[in-house]
Design a protein around this ligand. Structure first.
Ligand code: IMP
Ligand code: MG
Length: 172
């Protein structure tokens, strides 16, 4: 398995879309302070680029989520570094790399809701709506893609290829 030679989403395409998302989020949260809950590790590139373009003040919280082995969702979601005090009463926006079966976000959103944020929303760079097992929808979506396994721009295949600057398909 290796990344496609040509990217599915080029750096320019990603950059332009991240700018649009940052614009929409900045407008929606104008006059408020935002607490971003960044899901490690995949969402770090996206989150960093997004934060640079936001015009509202931002607090940062990180959580670690794990569910994938090779290209298969295991169905079990492990969360570590659970947010508690950091999100209570705050305007919380979860930043994910990709919404696939929806299991990770369902568990994370449940955990966050229990900590009683003032508002809670979800932003994902990529969305595979056809793969959903649990019903969860993002408030901000960068790109909806088909049922394809992708790597790069933070997304990995067994910890490889996160460092690619663009999003590529994983091919035989
Ligand atoms: P979910 O719980 O099935 O929605 O899976 C979400 C997590 O699975 C994401 O945060 C990714 O870490 C991983 N994932 C899902 N699809 C892909 C993919 O195409 N490439 C790399 N990682 C993926
Ligand atoms: Mg992953």
């Amino acid at each position: 398995m290796r990344p496609s030679k040509d990217p599915l989403l080029s750096t320019q395409t990603i950059e332009a879309r991240v700018g649009e998302l940052a614009g929409a989020i900045s407008r929606d949260y104008e006059g408020r302070e935002l607490t971003l809950v960044v899901v490690l590790k995949g969402a770090v590139f996206f989150a960093a680029d997004l934060i640079k373009r936001l015009t509202v003040p931002v607090r940062l919280v990180f959580v670690r989520a794990r569910s994938y082995q090779d290209t298969e969702s295991t169905g079990r979601v492990e969360l570590t570094g659970g947010p508690g005090d950091e999100v209570a009463g705050r305007h919380v926006l979860v930043v994910e790399d990709i919404l696939d079966t929806g299991r990770t976000c369902t568990v994370l959103l449940e955990r966050l809701r229990a900590a009683q944020p003032a508002t809670l929303a979800l932003c994902t760079l990529l969305d595979k709506p056809s793969r959903r097992v649990t019903p969860v929808e993002a408030d901000y979506v960068g790109f909806a893609i088909d049922n394809l396994f992708v790597v790069g721009y933070g997304l990995d295949f067994n910890e490889e290829y996160r460092d690619l600057k663009a999003v590529h398909l994983l091919e035989e």
